[in-house]
Design a protein around this ligand. Structure first.
Ligand code: ATP
Length: 778
């Protein structure tokens, strides 16, 4: 009845009924969340319900508003924007009578648990509903609106929140579902505006959403290297912001910048709570600086379109976790809110998160801006400090005293990846603000060894790099040993580098290892050295995230969306898509989750004949089940290295032959499209964050190594402190960490395979498979 192909026979949860609703403003990714919740509930042996039109659906009730959903009902939802189950702002639910009706209707429908995907308002409502539940059902019983049995059975409302909101304004979670999609729309718009601004040497004031939260404005500011931002959290007097903005903008103009971009959050205010409108900013730029200025208000375009890969994956993983959470919850456990911290899906207390979020708005309204900032997560504060450091810097009067100023080199190693230019730009501009001298080593180690390709980076020549794909300083695959270690040491000595930042993938990892090993023989390498992982394969040990992996994921996802649509036009058509990534199945796995592919084949697992024939059967059944339910196509993702024998083309042929007319498969090869065009906002903003952290690392590790540097006798590479000065900067679980290259190379890397020993995306694979009903042959 629920159409799930392999429903577990016995469920330990009984036949619980789990309902999901979307509420408040719509956000891209909500559909992925609903899909994951419906399918995960069914997978766990529960019944799945959706509540249509947010809280209005609860207030109205009945099968038209509280519907049981089947596995097939949410097919293809991952690639659709908005929310297919509707959302609403519902005034009745703010009244007790409305909630009383809601409780009655939920009980009538037989719902045991409710998962609400919405913003802080919606989750406040959910929390209130939960708190009031005992009194609501007591009243319903008293008035004979429910039976005694119903009263006993539905004694506790099991509730869970997943945060869907483009504002990213919920405390305790780093990202809300939809925020990165909105950021993507904003950055694209600003990239467009930048081109016309540049042509006319104009200034643009861009208004973005965010009533009590400047996250979108701030992150867009970083991703597009805007000149100035105005956000609600950190207001100043109207004189101060005007002076600061004019000072920064005119400094940038004097240094040769032709464009000016100022981003204003919807809720921007000055410190007496007067709203700052784009018109106010326009007036200042025109009257004080004489700039030809235009206003662009982005409006609902920001909510539009389909979700970016991050949101689809986040929403799917959180949907699965929300179902787990409601099944784990007992009457004594606090209602959970599903969050993400760095790279880890976590459970937080719904009440606490709502309370904390509310206190930000309260702090702003009571002009306690310090408190408002302190309630934002540390990443937000870090981003803001970074933005201001890069933008407001006075290069003639840098922050650090002259004896603390360093010469820092940056080099790209390996294939280009989205965000590499942003890392170079941010590293260099941040260095300038601190007083360090940034150098670029052009064209990798070969460039240095053969052509002494070292140049100091200057501000003007890097304009626009933040949003550019590829690698402006050039990159090369050779490792230092392949290029010429001795020559490299010679140039390090000649330029007196105090620190090195390497940006790249596995070759960069090997490079760092070689340089660290060579510290014994070459004193020039006895400097802090740090690697920022950057590769679409995302296979650098020590990090669960590499720059460029998000850009690649989006490029491949968009390609797959198009291919899937093409497949939908032909009856019974599947596509086998060939995916890059070396020996890493990261890209294939995450894309398959984002697009809802029927199966993915990855190098870590290979392709077994048993699994292949099972997948062909499952696929044939899926096609059969969907007969008469509209046209649709199916995708299979295959990493190039998943099988040497079976190319995507041959795999498609085998599938077609074995399907015996039940469906046919064709191959599709996206190739270098996967490197992406413009880097995604995630890769751009993380590049900035990581690059500045890397400079910080070189500053703090300077003292440790400086003393031991000159003296060969003294220098002991095995000393833990010394060891810590050559490290990989990465995301591990819920933290950003530096791990020494020794530790990683010796214990956490499978160097022959060019892979980390522990595959951090394994859990994602299982979820991608179970959300499409793939049967795994043991
Ligand atoms: P967004 O962040 O996109 O604005 P939101 O969830 O904060 O989303 P709201 O309009 O604030 O959007 O809330 C959505 C709905 O949640 C409201 O229309 C109302 O039905 C319900 N709701 C909000 N606040 C409360 C409350 N204090 N008590 C009961 N219900 C509420």
């Amino acid at each position: 009845s629920n159409n799930y192909p392999s429903l577990p026979k016995q469920s330990k949860h009984g036949r619980k009924a789990i309902a999901v609703m979307t509420s408040g403003g719509d956000a891209p990714g909500m559909n992925s969340n609903v899909r994951a919740i419906v399918r995960s509930a069914i997978f766990k042996g529960c019944r799945a319900f959706v509540v249509m039109e947010g809280y209005s659906g609860l207030v109205h009730g009945g099968p038209e508003y509280i519907k049981e959903y089947s596995w097939e009902d949410v097919r293809g939802w991952s690639s659709e924007g908005g929310t297919n189950i509707g959302t609403a702002r519902c005034m009745e639910f703010k009244e007790r009578d409305g909630r009383l009706l809601g409780a009655q209707h939920l009980i009538e429908a037989g719902v045991d648990a409710l998962i609400v995907c919405g913003g802080d308002g919606s989750l406040t409502g959910a929390d209130l509903f939960r708190a009031e539940w005992p009194s609501l059902i007591a009243e319903l019983l008293k008035n004979n609106r429910i039976t005694k049995e119903q009263h006993t059975r539905y004694q506790h409302l099991n509730i869970c929140g997943t945060v869907g909101s483009i504002d990213n304004d919920m405390s305790t979670t780093d990202a809300t579902i939809g925020a990165y999609s909105a950021l993507d729309r904003i950055c694209k718009a600003i990239d467009y505006v930048e081109a016309t601004a540049n042509s006319h040497s104009r200034a643009f004031v861009v208004e973005v959403m965010g009533r009590n939260c400047g996250w979108l404005a701030l992150l867009a500011g970083i991703a597009t290297s805007a000149d100035y931002i105005l956000i609600p959290e950190k207001p100043s007097s109207s004189r101060e912001w005007q002076e600061q903005m004019c000072d920064i903008v005119s400094k940038h103009r004097k240094r040769g910048k032709r464009t000016t971009i100022v981003i204003v959050a919807e809720g921007a205010i000055s410190n007496d709570l007067t709203p700052i409108s784009p018109a106010d900013v326009h007036k200042v730029l025109v009257e004080k600086l004489g700039l030809d200025t235009r206003i662009t208000t982005l409006g609902h375009v920001q909510r539009g379109g389909t979700a970016v890969a991050y949101d689809r994956i986040l929403a799917s993983l959180q949907g699965v976790e929300a179902v787990n959470a409601v099944l784990d919850t007992t009457p004594d456990t606090p209602s959970p809110l599903i969050a993400i911290n760095e790279n880890k899906i976590t459970r937080k207390s719904l009440v606490d998160s709502v309370r904390l979020t509310k206190s930000v708005a309260e702090a702003i309204h009571s002009k306690d801006f310090k408190k408002a900032m302190s309630l934002r997560d540390t990443e937000f504060i870090e981003h803001l400090n970074n933005f201001m450091a890069i933008n407001s810097a006075d290069h003639n009067e840098p922050k650090l005293p002259s004896d603390k100023r360093l010469k820092i080199a940056i080099v790209n190693v390996g294939a280009p990846a989205g965000g590499i230019n942003s890392a170079v730009y941010s590293m260099a501009t941040y260095c300038m603000s601190q007083g360090h001298k940034p150098y670029a080593i052009y064209n990798g180690w070969t460039g240095l060894a053969r052509h002494e390709s070292v140049r100091s980076l200057d501000w003007k020549s890097m304009l626009g790099w933040q949003s550019l794909g590829g690698s402006e300083i050039g990159t090369n695959r050779a490792t230092p040993e392949e290029a010429d270690l001795g020559m490299i040491a010679y140039y390090f000595q000649k330029y007196q580098f105090d620190g090195l930042i390497i940006v790249g993938g596995f070759e960069a990892f090997v490079s760092l290892h070689q340089l660290e090993k060579a510290r014994d023989s070459y004193a020039a390498f006895r400097i802090p050295m740090v690697l920022i992982p950057a590769t679409l394969s995302n296979n650098v040990p020590g990090s669960e995230y590499s720059l460029g992996s998000d850009t690649a994921l989006n490029a491949l996802m968009e390609y797959c969306d198009v291919i899937k649509q093409s497949a939908s036009s032909t009856r019974g058509r599947a596509f086998v898509v060939d995916v890059q990534g070396g020996n890493s199945g990261f890209l294939a796995t995450c894309t398959s989750l984002a697009v809802g592919a029927q199966a993915s084949y990855v190098p870590e697992e290979g392709i077994s004949l048993d699994q292949l024939s099972q997948d062909i059967e499952t696929l044939a059944e899926a096609f059969e089940r969907s007969e008469g339910r509209g046209r649709f196509g199916k995708l299979i993702l295959k990493s190039t290295n998943a099988s040497k024998a079976l190319s995507a083309e041959n795999l498609a042929k085998v599938m077609t032959a074995e399907a015996e007319g039940r469906f046919d498969a064709k191959s599709a090869i996206p190739g270098h499209v996967q490197q992406g065009g413009l880097p995604s906002p995630i890769d751009r903003t993380r590049a900035t964050r990581l690059a500045i952290k890397a400079v910080g690392f070189i500053e703090t590790k300077q003292e440790i190594i400086r003393e031991a540097r000159a003296d060969d006798e003294e220098f002991n590479p095995e000393d833990k402190e010394i060891e810590s000065t050559a490290a990989v900067l990465g995301v591990k679980g819920s933290h950003i960490v530096f791990t020494s290259i020794r530790q990683l190379y010796d214990f956490e890397a499978d160097v022959a395979k060019r892979m980390p020993k522990i595959i951090h995306w394994e859990g994602t694979r299982a979820i991608a498979d179970h959300l499409v009903g793939r049967k795994i042959v043991q």
